[in-house]
Write a new protein. Structure first.
Ligand SMILES: *Cc1c(COP(=O)(O)O)cnc(C)c1O
Ligand SMILES: [Zn+2]
Length: 443
């Protein structure tokens, strides 16, 4: 196997670095890096041969191919050896046919990619398996790291802590105090990470962790590090694979730091470059109205994203005012004929409740994407017969406070019109029958 990948400057400066180098920015222009693959080498296999190889490996137990990420290792990180890989069987998540919820919107071909059905409950595992594996390789080759570290709105730290613990590598996480769910806070504690809860927001944590990385104190695990995106890009590839290598018409993605939007594009670009697909799906980036810097830039026709102060939102994982991957996301939007739309707290609450009533259990970020889907369908941007995939980024089970708040009607600025609180009754047979009757008559 002579496939190669290396870091290159995203803006095109003539520099390249091995993936094991702890480097996060281009030394010439200070811009973002990307992982560049030797696509010509990969063309030694035909599109049909790649599809067959990936299908043969998909969800089997042969290490490390059962992982949806490592089943595509040649396209992800070809230099990492089997015994360097730190994997928890990421990917291979259900592509859920949202039949009943879709029908409520007049859609016939709506799917939800359940990326939250993962080891730590969010799609972050897809990128973290690659990053931690490459760090383990680098450490074996002599790299000295005091710790792998990230700033997080909750899910990145949960994922990093788990993968770090599995590899026996020390982890430090910087969280905005009081702004992550109980589950998200407990996850890195349980996995033994040093958890630093700072009196700031995500953007404030990010500033500090970037300095720690720049000064060589830690290895940076945020999605500024292009290694994360290599794992995350398998979502697009896997969606395609699950449709028997057909391209959907639309993908709706909840976004904050905008790394995942860029990763999605990278996955489809690889499929296109290697002849597996002939066109891109269209991309709808969904932002919370409370933290909408990309939406503001995009609707004003600007290519530069100006930072905003992110306001409080129930979608805490995307409460980000200064998205690191904004230039990458802009490129994704242009390539994929994209749109950007936002959702208010009321809209996301009601969309989550509607989805839940059809059997889902949407986290608030997935709810932002669902609310945006509803708006784009109502406006006729997404056609009713379009094959549409909403990316669900985390498990609703991590966001119990959100669900309880809704069903107890304790969310400010939200009508909670579908709240379904428990009915408290005496232990009396007749009272129970009456309650069932009342619900039955209400239909
Ligand atoms: C990280 C995260 C996002 C946002 O992804 P970005 O790459 O930062 O845009 C969305 N939803 C959940 C649940 C997340 O954890
Ligand atoms: Zn550069």
């Amino acid at each position: 196997m002579s496939y190669r990948a290396e870091f290159r400057c995203f803006a095109g400066c003539d520099v390249s670095f091995p993936l094991t180098r702890p480097i996060y920015r281009c030394p010439k222009c200070n811009g973002l890096l990307e992982v560049a693959h030797d696509v010509d080498a990969l063309k030694d296999r035909s599109a049909a041969a790649w599809m067959k190889l990936f299908d043969d490996r998909y969800k089997r137990t042969l290490w490390p191919y059962g992982s949806g990420v490592w089943g595509k290792r040649e396209w992800v990180s070809p230099d990492v050896q089997d015994d360097e890989i730190v994997s928890m069987d990421e990917g291979g998540t259900n592509l859920f046919w949202a039949e009943r919820y879709g029908r409520g919107l007049g859609l016939t071909d709506l799917w939800v990619k359940m990326c939250g059905n993962s080891h730590t409950g969010s799609f972050k595992d897809l990128g973290m398996t690659v990053l931690v594996s490459v760090v383990r390789k680098a450490v074996r080759e002599g790299l000295k790291v005091r710790a792998i570290a990230c700033a997080s709105t909750g899910d990145t730290s949960a994922s990093l802590a788990a993968y770090g613990a599995a590899a026996g590598l020390p982890v430090v996480v910087l969280l905005p105090r009081g702004k992550v769910s109980t589950a998200q806070l407990v996850q890195p504690l349980a996995n033994g990470a040093l958890v630093l809860a700072l009196d700031t927001d995500f953007d404030g944590c990010m500033t500090i962790v970037q300095r720690l990385a720049d000064e060589g104190v830690v290895y940076l695990a945020n999605s500024m590090n292009a290694l994360r995106l290599e794992g995350q890009k398998t979502v697009g590839i896997e969606i395609c694979q699950q449709f028997d290598w057909q391209v959907p018409d639309w993908i709706v993605l909840p976004s904050g730091n905008l790394g995942n939007a860029a990763a999605l594009h990278a996955g489809f670009r690889m499929l296109k470059d290697l002849g597996v697909i002939a066109r891109y799906p269209r991309l709808a980036v969904a932002q919370a109205a409370a933290a909408n810097p990309l939406y503001l830039a995009w609707t004003a026709g600007k290519r530069e994203v100006a930072p905003v102060k992110a306001q409080e939102t129930l979608a805490t994982a995307i409460q980000i005012g200064n998205p690191v991957s904004a230039p990458r996301a802009m490129r994704a939007l242009e390539a994929m004929n994209g749109v950007v739309e936002q959702a208010t707290e009321e809209e996301l609450c009601e969309a989550a409740a509607r989805a839940d009533r059809s059997g889902m259990y949407a986290c608030p970020h997935t709810a932002v994407a669902l609310a945006v889907l509803e708006k784009l369908v109502a406006r006729g941007v997404i056609a009713r017969d379009a094959r549409t995939v909403v990316v669900s980024t985390a498990s609703g089970l991590k966001f119990t406070e959100f669900k309880v708040g809704y069903h107890e009607r304790r969310i400010a600025d939200a009508s909670c019109s579908q709240a379904n609180p428990p009915v408290h009754l005496a232990a009396d047979y007749g009272a129970v029958v009456d309650a069932i009757d009342r619900r039955h008559r209400a239909g």
